[in-house]
Design a protein around this ligand. Sequence first.
Ligand SMILES: Cc1cc2nc3c(=O)[nH]c(=O)nc-3n(C[C@H](O)[C@H](O)[C@H](O)COP(=O)(O)O)c2cc1C
Length: 357
Amino acid sequence: MTLPQLTMQSVPQGIQTAADYRLLAQQQLSAEVWRYLENGAARGLTLRANTQAFDNSTLMARPLVNVKGGHTRVQLLGQQFEHPLILAPLAYQRLFHVDGEQASAIAANAQSGQMVVSSLASQSLEQIIEAAGQPLWFQLYWQGDRARTLHLARRALSAGYSAVMFTIDAPVKQAVMSLPDGISAVNLESALPLPGLLSLQSMVFDGWMTQAPDWDDLAWLRDQLDVPLLVKGIMHPDDAVRVVAIGCDGVVVSNHGGRVLDGVPASLHVLPDIVQQVAGKAIVLFDSGIRSGSDAFKAMAAGADAVMIGRPYVWGLSVCGALGVAHVLRLMRDELEMTMALSGIAELADLKARLHI
Ligand SMILES: Cc1cc2nc3c(=O)[nH]c(=O)nc-3n(C[C@H](O)[C@H](O)[C@H](O)COP(=O)(O)O)c2cc1C
């Protein structure tokens, strides 16, 4: 096995929160890459709503509870993790650091957590899992048709990925910044040609959406895969119910960090209704807007089984590679532990039982 040669960097002095990494990352990255990372779709309404929802939701201090021996361990899809902070799938990580996805995967493992690797990874799926030294989860984008989609999923599974997270909220490829030479979605075949756009009534309905998946495709995909299948990008309780009825193992309540349909609510606001519909039948993961361990606590208090972190770990990655990602995870876990302790919660299972925000 050839482990990657990681860039040797140290953690900058004085960092206390993920937000400190944000300031440094902005100095580190070009303006274009920074915008690609940080921006939301259109007017950024949903992007702002995501973080405001956390800022506006309150905690409750519960002193004098004996929380000795408390912990942040969670059990997900038959695996145990030391904390519920999963690294969300983020595309093209070599834009942010030369060590790319491998650095994030190493950090996830070093912190005894999990990472979901994007279909749009900038390093090979095999290299990333080898660096991680543990089975990771694979984020699947629809590849225009069934055969190509299955081919990609099967490649990930034979490389050792142990679960598939199918992202359904961005069926049409988003306009991405022009990628620098040497950075690309190395695991994908070239895109299927679209129908001749000029001759179409609508570029959306008769062009792009002809290559988007529908409910039948999801049911088909479920039948094809014999590993856990999670569906990312659920915002409506009825959709969550349907995903579970199809036999999927979990939903990810997410609005893609405000990057797709601008104007949808903060994902924190839709979480409780979704939990109410599917809790006990499927796992519920959550992302969009988490910036601290206390935000993670709030999402779990609203019923999530675990949360995914998006931009904040890439701030760490940008500043000092694997060490930065690991540090962001550790800082957020420390904040989560402190929030639990001060809220009188020794275990995340107790928090779920209380659902008290
Ligand atoms: C730069 C960037 C690239 C992303 N790429 C993907 C992707 O390839 N696949 C995917 O399912 N989600 C992708 N997402 C969405 C994240 O997985 C996650 O839903 C989002 O970042 C969570 O919001 P947060 O950044 O506020 O934590 C991306 C997000 C960002 C910021």
